[in-house]
Design a protein around this ligand. Structure first.
Ligand SMILES: *Cc1c(COP(=O)(O)O)cnc(C)c1O
Length: 378
C-alpha cells in the first residue's frame, strides 16, 4: 500500500509556467519578476497594503521581531500550543518567551490568560515587545478579544498565520489583524513553494525595512557598505514562481481541506469520546489539518492507539503539537494557564491527534483511514 501522508504538497500544474519564465529571462536570483508578482498577488488576496516574501515563515517571524525592536532583556508573549518555529526567533533575538495557554473554543491563545499575563507585566513595568498569536491548524484565534487586550496595553501583535493562509475571521483574511502577519510555504502547508514564507503588513515603511534587513542590510552604495547587521532571507525568483502557481488554487485547496475535515466528522462524530477541533462562530478555518481529541474513558482507546494502528498500515498521523512550555528547549520559561490552576493545552496534548488531511487525499484513501479507526472501536 502506498504511504498516506499527513499533508503532502499538491501542485496545481501552473507552477512550471512561472518557473519557465524565470529560466527564459535567466532571472535565477533572489529578486525578480516572480518575487514582485507574488508579493502583489499575496497582498491582493489578503487585502493588505503589502507583502514581503522570504525564505521561510520562521524568517518572517524573526524579521517582525527585529522590526518591533525585541532584543536582549525583553520578553515576547507567544501561544504555547504551536510549532516550535513560532517561538525560536524570540531566542534568536536574545529575548525571553512567555507562553500563553489555549482556550476551548479555538484551541488558540486564551484572552483570559493573556489578560492576566499583561496585567502582571504592566504592574512590574516590563510589558512585552510583542505578542505572537498563532492560528492553529487553520483556526483563527479569538482575534477581537486578543487585539482589544493588546491595544489596552499598547503592545504590538504578530499574527502567526503559517497554518491559516486562506482562513477568515469575520470575513477578513487570517494574518491581517496584527501589526504584522506571517505565512509559511513550507512543504507541509496548505500551499507550498518547497520552502518559503511571507511577512504582510499595512505598514509599507516597515516592509521596506524588512526587505533591507532580509538582503544583508546593504546601504545604498556601490561598494557593499553595511551600517547594521542583516540576514540573507530573500526568496528566490524560482521559488516565487512555484508560489504564484500555488496561490492561484489556494481557494480550491481550502475547499478541498474543508471537505476532508467534513468527511471525517461525518464518519466519526457519533463515536463516543471523539471531539473534533471547533470552528469559532464568525470564522472560516482552512482546516489545514483535521485535529481531534480522543477521550480514552469514553472511547475505550487512546489517540496513540489510533496513531499506531494507522502507522501499521503505512499511514501518517500525529499527536497535536507539544506545547512549548513543556519543551526541554524552553525549560524554565514563564507560562500563564487558561484558568489559574488548569492548563488547557496540556489536555489537548494528552488527547489530541491530527489525521491525514492533504487536499489531494483520495476519498478511497480517506475511507481506509476511517475504517481502520472504526475497526478499533468495535
Ligand atoms: C510551519 C510553521 C512555522 C514556520 O514556517 P517555516 O516556513 O517552516 O519556517 C511557524 N509557525 C507555525 C505555527 C507553523 O506551523
Amino acid at each position: 500500500m502506498q504511504r498516506i501522508f499527513l499533508s503532502p504538497p499538491h501542485m496545481s500544474g501552473k507552477e512550471q509556467k512561472y518557473i519557465k519564465e524565470a529560466f527564459d529571462l535567466n532571472w535565477i536570483a533572489p529578486l525578480g519578476n516572480n518575487v514582485d508578482a507574488l508579493e502583489s498577488e499575496l497582498s491582493d488576496y489578503n487585502n493588505v497594503s503589502g507583502a514581503s516574501v522570504v525564505s521561510s515563515g520562521t524568517a518572517a517571524i524573526h524579521l517582525a521581531l527585529r522590526l518591533l525592536g525585541a532584543g536582549t532583556g525583553d520578553t515576547v508573549f507567544c501561544s504555547t500550543l504551536t510549532f516550535v518555529a513560532s517561538a525560536n526567533p524570540i531566542i534568536y533575538q536574545g529575548a525571553r518567551p512567555v507562553f500563553i495557554d489555549s482556550e476551548p473554543a479555538t484551541w488558540n491563545m486564551s484572552p483570559w490568560a493573556l489578560e492576566r499575563a499583561l496585567d502582571e507585566a504592566n504592574k512590574n513595568k516590563r510589558l512585552p515587545k510583542a505578542v505572537i498569536i498563532v492560528n492553529l491548524y487553520g483556526q483563527s484565534a479569538r482575534i477581537d478579544d486578543l487585539m482589544d487586550i493588546c491595544q489596552k496595553y499598547n503592545v504590538p501583535v504578530i499574527e502567526d498565520a503559517a497554518e491559516s493562509l486562506g482562513s477568515e475571521y469575520k470575513g477578513r483574511k487570517s494574518g491581517t489583524f496584527g501589526d504584522f502577519g506571517i505565512f509559511s510555504f513550507n512543504g507541509n502547508k496548505i500551499i507550498t513553494t518547497s520552502g518559503g514564507g511571507a511577512l504582510v503588513s499595512n505598514d509599507m515603511k516597515a516592509l521596506e525595512r524588512s526587505r533591507y534587513l532580509a538582503t544583508q542590510a546593504r546601504d545604498q552604495a556601490l561598494h557593499y557598505q553595511h551600517s547594521e547587521i542583516g540576514y540573507n532571507y530573500r526568496m528566490s525568483n524560482i521559488v516565487a514562481g512555484i508560489g504564484r502557481g500555488q496561490l492561484e488554487v489556494l481557494d480550491q485547496r481550502v475547499s478541498q481541506r474543508r471537505r476532508v475535515f467534513n468527511r471525517y466528522v461525518e464518519a466519526l462524530r457519533k463515536q463516543s469520546g471523539f471531539s473534533f477541533m471547533p470552528e469559532l462562530e464568525g470564522t472560516k478555518s482552512n482546516r489545514w489539518l483535521t485535529a481531534l481529541t480522543v477521550d480514552p474513558e469514553k472511547a475505550g482507546i487512546t489517540h496513540f492507539d489510533v496513531i499506531e494502528a494507522l502507522a501499521g498500515e503505512n499511514i501518517e498521523a500525529r499527536p497535536v503539537w507539544k506545547p512549548l512550555h513543556l519543551q526541554p528547549a524552553f525549560e524554565g520559561s514563564e507560562y500563564y494557564t487558561h484558568e489559574e490552576w488548569y492548563s488547557f493545552s496540556d489536555e489537548l496534548f494528552q488527547y489530541g491527534l491530527c489525521l491525514p488531511s492533504g487536499s489531494n487525499l483520495k476519498e478511497t484513501d480517506q475511507d481506509r483511514v476511517i475504517s481502520i479507526i472504526k475497526s478499533l472501536l468495535v
